[in-house]
Design a protein around this ligand. Sequence first.
Ligand SMILES: *Cc1c(COP(=O)(O)O)cnc(C)c1O
Length: 416
Amino acid sequence: MTKVSSLLKLAATKDAADSLSTKKRLFDLPAGMVYLDGNSLGPLTHAAKQRAVSVVEQQWGQDLITSWNKHQWIDLPVKVGEKIAPLIGAGPEQVICCDSISVNLFKLLSAALAMRPERHKVLSTIDNFPTDRYMVQGFSDARVAPDVELISVSEADIVASIDDSIAVVMLTQVNFKTGYRLDMRKVTEKAHQHGCLVIWDLAHSAGILPVELDACQADFAVGCGYKYLNGGPGAPAFVYVAKRHQQHYRQPLQGWMGHANPFTFDPDYQAHQSIKQNLVGTPSVVSMSLLDAALDAFDETVMFDIANKGLDLAEWFICVLNKLQLDKLFEHIGHFDRNHSGAQVALHHPHAYAICQAWVAKGVVADFRAPNVLRVGFSPLFLSFQDIVIAAERLADVMQSTYYLNQEFQIKQAVT
Ligand SMILES: *Cc1c(COP(=O)(O)O)cnc(C)c1O
């Protein structure tokens, strides 16, 4: 038996024991493709596809404006927020679906800074996702709050850098490039000891890790609708404000949808005394409807099982690379450890971009993160252990024949 066929056999026994294996049927994946990019753009579910047809043809096409009531469009942000809440360990009335992570961060940062008026520092990591950092820099660059100072440290130095001068600690729980996972409980505890507020970005943890916002006494959080939640391209994000803060929380993007009574058309703003204050303008109904439908894939799942499978897939991938001696063909494989990683693996190579393109040409989709990372994501609802072996076999093809050196794979496209 060849190495690959014995690995496939072993993978088949893992698949047979996988309690989540039936979830794959809910997804409308292209035949023959192995999709290792659910951490960047989750794939289409049959439910979302059907909802797209009904929301466009029936609700918009036939029922038109009556759909705000008839199909409860107006309730979508709350409804979708409440569906996301149990996935991130949040009790009711604390999560709402709206806008993008970037815009939601602006709201949270403004509100949190106003809750610590004597402090001006926001502590974050130097390699946090750029938009998170840019939003803070915007406060001083655009003179919204010129005194705000962004303090940047490495992940290893976060806890030690928290002191009484910090207003807000703003962190992404799982590093978008390396997959390194921060200890939410420990960081939040330390921050609270020093009177700081914490904003967690859950872009790479919501829908893949058992996040426990309430249990960790988190203050604020944001997360993504189009990554592990499979809401579709540009799906709206979500925002979490802990119940205990809602009374004092004021965000400055005062739109009519966040008003206490939007349909009285009051000339003066009065904030909704609830999570609804985060609404700004009219919700993106079509996109939010697709996210609503996609979230049903999480019905009857336990986040702990999802997380375990994601980490098992990542470990299995590393094991298969090793067995096929592919690990040696990379500069190094990013550190992975179940207790401190998300469900992703970073392969470092000077030709990472071209390798990624060549792998795509062989039917395996992962992504490239500048300058030299091939980022591989393991979204457990639609991936099998056999898929991982198939993907690795195709990677062996790409690497051993140096197929990736072909000219066509060198051209950088607009989105990498
Ligand atoms: C994907 C991602 C975002 C995206 O922000 P948007 O404003 O919703 O585009 C933000 N933060 C992190 C950590 C991400 O990975």
